[in-house]
Design a protein around this ligand. Structure first.
Ligand code: ZN
Length: 135
């Protein structure tokens, strides 16, 4: 079952100028920021109700995200939906002929399991699946 939109990720050239819109002009709170050199990205997390806006700023321009920014410019990068059971969701998607970027879920530090659906199977949208660690 798909529960909610966990986050919408937006690719930005630089966090500070993005925050002048999202935080200062629109008025969203910044819950935290994270520097993630391993994934070549700095992230600002801005809660909106039960969901979040995540602003992604590539660190290295020759990274996957950096190249995406150079090629397509800033804008919505992906939408993340939260599911109860990521394995069952992946099985279901495959049964519908959907291509995933990673067939096996990856695991974040805090235990969240995630996978990406290829945009060519989702009408041009990069979709991320999240299964949160059970509380
Ligand atoms: Zn994401």
């Amino acid at each position: 079952m798909v529960n909610r939109i966990n986050h919408v990720a937006i690719l930005v050239k630089d966090l500070e100028s993005a925050l002048s819109f999202w935080r200062d002009a629109l008025g969203l709170p910044v819950e935290r920021t994270e520097e993630n050199p391993g994934e070549n990205v700095n992230i600002a997390f801005l809660p909106v109700g039960e969901s979040e806006i995540e602003l992604l700023e590539p660190i290295e321009l020759d990274s996957t995200l950096g190249k995406h920014l150079a090629k397509r410019g800033a804008g919505i990068h992906h939408v993340c939906v939260e599911v109860d059971d990521i394995d069952a969701t992946i099985e279901r998607l495959k049964a519908h002929g959907v291509t995933l970027i990673n067939d096996e879920p990856k695991v974040r530090e805090e235990g969240t399991r995630y996978a990406f659906i290829h945009p060519r199977s989702a009408l041009g949208v990069l979709v991320e699946l999240y299964e949160l660690p059970s509380a």
